[in-house]
Design a protein around this ligand. Structure first.
Ligand code: CO
Length: 506
């Protein structure tokens, strides 16, 4: 494993062996409780104090049948608790209604949004339009609750320490039964005084409604109860909204509606999963939707719609307001087209060269003229980018993201890059050739003042790495400033590639 400031191009030679990459696709076989972890290399920083929560699909096969896409796997939460240079691992499946039913049956009894079908072909699947809330996308602390999130329905509330599933939560009546609740909340570090969790839910149709919600947050145990709503508004837009993520600034919630069409017929007829019925509309532009936040400068104003550059976006890095120009700046990971896996393709055999790679692009939106200018910030294949949480919604200096080992083309994510957004300087830590990274989480050093810009890269980056040599997962701790390796914890657990995670300070 190496750290370089300017990695050498490796040409067209693959940086990995395919069987190392695909060996991560397996079921999580065990649930551990407070198992002490030891550093195989390096040592755990003594001032790293708190819990890294991670969510992702942990069950990919039942009765010899595989999910069609890993995103259909049941949510499994891992908690890495750090205390005085020691680390402890607990992991639990979320006890969703679907997980309990399928554990009992030993087979899939629900269809998956990404194309997993029940046994028996289209006839057995037609007209079964139930959604299985698999709680597998993100896990966040909100007041006194730990919430496992899945964007199309309510969160599951878990015990923050034991990870036991408490209930399907409607947040004290904030949500209606079955109401959509995004898996991509943004944590406002205090743009208007107190910190908040800003999030949304989408009701999609020919006309779509976005519900924008802001919750009080508090990291102190026994502090704010989950569900203390401080702002709540609804906004209608024409068209079928596919919104996975969004971004915030002090005054705006920024959405990017991709130019996609939804034809539900193959889903209804049992031929495809709902997400496989999405198709991009060639030649059509997506739309930025700027929705005013209730505490911001444009409170009460109508949302603003601005045409976006062509392409498809799942995730944003961050957004901020440029006071000098009046522009709203949004950094997003752009794909040339919607990447999907057809009904006949085994995801473990996927040809990376046939799918477009994600690239980091900056869009400067002028809300007065309704125009957008864009530039590339990083054209190396990347995903899962974040800024220091204290810079959320403000102009950041640095970004951390997962990248491919090769500098060109689409490949699995094998390295972590720190990008200086002012100078373009890159520092890369790589797990290649046998390691494959999931989303990195940047954890600020506890004593680093949020306002002190020189401290913006002071802290650590925590990243789960699939170790193809060991066929198990490592948790790697990097120094966020220079990207050197601080510690490698070899887990007594094999966790498939995950989705999202968050840090909860002690
Ligand atoms: Co996501």
């Amino acid at each position: 494993m190496t750290t370089t400031t300017s990695p050498q191009p490796t040409g067209h030679q693959l940086a990995y062996a395919r069987h190392d990459w695909s060996s991560a696709f397996r079921n999580v076989g065990v649930e551990l409780t407070d198992v002490p972890l030891v550093a195989a290399r390096g040592s755990i920083p003594a001032d790293l104090a708190g819990t890294l929560y991670r969510n992702g699909p942990g069950r990919l096969e039942r009765g010899g049948r595989w999910v069609h896409h890993p995103f259909d796997g049941d949510g499994m939460i891992a908690a890495f608790r750090f205390d005085a240079g020691q680390a402890y691992l607990t992991n639990r499946f979320v006890r969703t209604e679907g997980w309990l039913a399928e554990e009992d049956a030993g087979t899939f009894v629900y269809r998956g949004v990404f194309g997993t079908q029940k046994p028996g072909g289209p006839l057995a699947n037609a007209f079964d339009l139930r959604l299985k809330n698999i709680a597998n996308t993100q896990v966040v602390r909100l007041g006194d609750q730990l919430l496992a999130l899945w964007e199309a329905a309510e969160p599951h509330a878990l015990d923050p320490r034991t990870l036991e599933t408490r209930e399907l939560s409607r947040l004290d009546g904030v949500l209606k039964p079955g109401e959509a609740f995004s898996a991509h909340p943004r944590f406002d570090p205090g743009h208007h005084g107190e910190p908040r969790m800003v999030t949304f839910g989408v009701k999609a149709g020919p006309t779509s409604t976005i519900r924008l919600m802001e919750f009080a947050t508090d990291d102190q145990p026994g502090g704010v109860r989950a569900g203390e709503l401080v702002a709540d508004s609804r906004h209608g837009f024409k068209g079928f909204a596919f919104l996975h993520d969004f971004a915030i600034t002090p005054s705006w919630a920024v959405f990017l509606q991709n130019a996609v069409a939804f034809n539900p017929l193959p889903f209804v007829l049992g031929q495809k999963g709902a997400a496989q019925c999405l198709a991009s509309k060639p030649g059509e532009a997506g739309q930025f939707w700027l929705v005013p936040r209730q505490a911001g400068h444009h409170a009460g104003a109508k949302p603003i719609q601005v045409p976006a550059p062509a392409g498809f976006v799942f995730h944003h890095l961050n957004a901020f307001e440029d006071a000098a120009t009046g522009e709203v700046v949004v950094d997003s990971i752009y794909y040339e087209d919607f990447p999907s896996i057809g009904p006949e393709v085994d995801f473990r055999e996927i040809d990376f060269a046939s799918i477009p790679e994600g690239q980091l692009r900056r869009c400067r939106i002028d809300p007065r003229s309704g125009t957008v200018q864009s530039e590339w910030l990083e054209q190396r294949c990347c995903e899962f980018a974040m800024v220091n949480p204290a810079r959320q919604g403000l102009e950041p200096r640095f970004a951390w993201m997962a990248v491919a080992e090769r500098e060109q083309g689409n490949d699995p994510l094998q390295a972590i890059e720190k990008l200086d957004l002012h100078t373009g300087e890159r520092r890369v830590w790589s797990a290649a050739p046998r390691g494959f990274v999931s989303e990195p989480v940047m954890v600020p050093r506890p004593d680093s003042a949020a306002e002190d810009r020189s401290a913006e890269d002071s802290g650590w980056v925590l990243v789960p790495v699939w170790n193809g040599a060991r066929c198990a997962t490592d948790l790697v701790i990097l120094n966020a400033a220079d990207m050197t390796e601080q510690a490698v914890l070899e887990l007594p657990l094999a966790i498939p590639y995950g989705l999202h995670g968050t840090w909860a300070p002690a």
